[in-house]
Design a protein around this ligand. Sequence first.
Ligand code: PLP
Length: 477
Amino acid sequence: MLIFEQSKTGRGTDVLGACDVPLVQLDVAHKRASTLHLAEVSEVDVDRHYTALAKKCHGVNDGFYPLGSCTMKYNPRLNEAVANLPGFTDIHPLQPAASVQGALAVMQMLEVALCEITGMDALTLQPAAGAHGELTGLLLIKAYYQARGDAKRRKIIVPDSAHGTNPASATMAGYTIVNVASGPDGCVDLSALEAACNEEVAGLMLTNPNTVGLFDKNIRAITELVHNCGGLCYYDGANLNAVMGQVRPGDMGFDVVHLNLHKTFSTPHGGGGPGSGPVGCKAILADFLPNVRVAGEDGARHFMRPAQSIGEVKAFYGNFLVYLRALTYILSLGAEGIKEASENAVLNANYMRVALADLYKMAYDGTCMHEFVMDLSELKKATGVSALDIAKGLLDNGIHPPTMYFPLIVHEALMIEPTETESRETLDAAIQVFRDLYRAAQESADTLHAAPQTTPVGRLDEVQAARKPVLRYDFDQ
Ligand SMILES: *Cc1c(COP(=O)(O)O)cnc(C)c1O
């Protein structure tokens, strides 16, 4: 039952105290024309309603959540404790800089740490998400060519193994996309890339590890080819979980990179935010970074506008509390811990991959990074059980499904990212579930077509949900 359906006129309305400021009359233009529907419920109704909803959800705190490309790792409670300190939560973005020196120091320290981790010279924390970071990074590239009076570079090369947001962001930044195919090994086809490189290319966006979980073995050759035609190289670092502490985009020839603090750097996500997608860049792009940046030292930190700034990309200073979680995470792990985290992320993915490879067909051969992709098209042909059916079967076993039908270049794809925070026991249990489901596909396909049976809602009509979503509650029904 929706909270609105529990509403009883007059109930719970006395929680607001009497108004203690002078009443101001709004002019007609600013007044509502219709009644405002608010649920009139008591405090205990509200509490029970949302507690019941929370119990129906599956989160990282409930169980295994191997949602590929999303890095649903466990976020240490320490990060939350720090982000909840009143000295950080009870400040206002319009306070004078002199009164928030600590908060400015947090931003500066995080910038320094992320520059070190990515091999970049300067960084903005402002973008609110990964895709927002991509747009920001592309606007830096655009501003760079504009400042040089180079108007003919209007194309961005995007390999087909890129994350879907890459071509979308490049289009939003006003670029034309040049698609480059991957070879059978899942890596960028170098001769196709070479053919695409010319003086109209502003840059290349590379997702690495790419969406099939592979580190492009030709990465140096890729950045060289693009630089040789005068373009810049953008690194989609949302998947940095696999490589942090091991290699740095800056050392591999990249000029711009975005990170997803809400994936790699341990901010909870999946509930729609808030996130943070910082963008690091080489010195040649630093003057174009968004307004504002933090400058100065202890006691005299202040905000400044970079000389040729592309302007604001987000209100105030971005999602500040996410920075606290990221900085706490980085400082508590330290350089060694960061390195160990990525090693374990890759180890866990390969452990699962090898333990399933005799039954499930892997989309690509060889060692993967932090995630791997299975291709269930043969299973579907033989048994009628699809990737979707296996995903639904996982739900009945308390496991959140992997990413399905992505990347698009693999049919019947299941993309599994265990993350480094899972124990061997959890991985073994999940492997057993996958193996049992494979057997169930051979023996009782219908059970899987009917899954899930144990969740609050069963099999949804996904076509109807996508085509005719019901997103509003009709009060007059
Ligand atoms: C998640 C992800 C993005 C987009 O990040 P958002 O925060 O969802 O906008 C971009 N690229 C890759 C590789 C990703 O995994």
